[in-house]
Design a protein around this ligand. Structure first.
Ligand code: FES
Length: 116
């Protein structure tokens, strides 16, 4: 997906960047968004709530978390099966976890807060 100039908004003093439409993020499937050259992200929905983690697996740096198997609020990397809690980014086996990013949903859009 080509990088685009994205809209921003400030909510409670925090800057959020437009990521995608709410309908793009559904239960049991990841959705990849490259916010900018430094932020390749994977969005998931768990029990109706949208979450965002880095799309880069901490094991071998493969950019495929969005394509992992999703079950019980976890996503399993398709390469070597490291498994992470989507809500916290924690690795369920205690190894390195995924970075998480704050998400809000407003007016049918998903916004994410990433460091500038
Ligand atoms: S690259 Fe994800 S588990 Fe190895």
């Amino acid at each position: 997906m080509p990088l685009i100039d994205r809209e921003h908004r400030i909510v409670d003093g925090r800057r959020y960047t437009y990521a995608c439409r709410s309908v793009d993020v559904v239960e049991r499937r990841g959705f990849r968004v490259e916010i900018d050259i430094e932020h390749d992200l994977a969005f998931f929905r768990v029990e109706g709530i949208a979450f965002c983690v880095t799309n880069i697996c901490p094991h071998k740096r493969e950019a495929k978390m969005y394509d992992g198997f999703v079950a019980d609020a976890t996503v399993t990397c398709p390469f070597h099966a490291w498994r992470f809690d989507i809500r916290t980014g924690k690795n369920v086996s205690g190894q390195a976890g995924l970075c998480t990013f704050d998400v809000i949903e407003q007016e049918g859009k998903i916004w994410v807060s990433v460091p500038e």
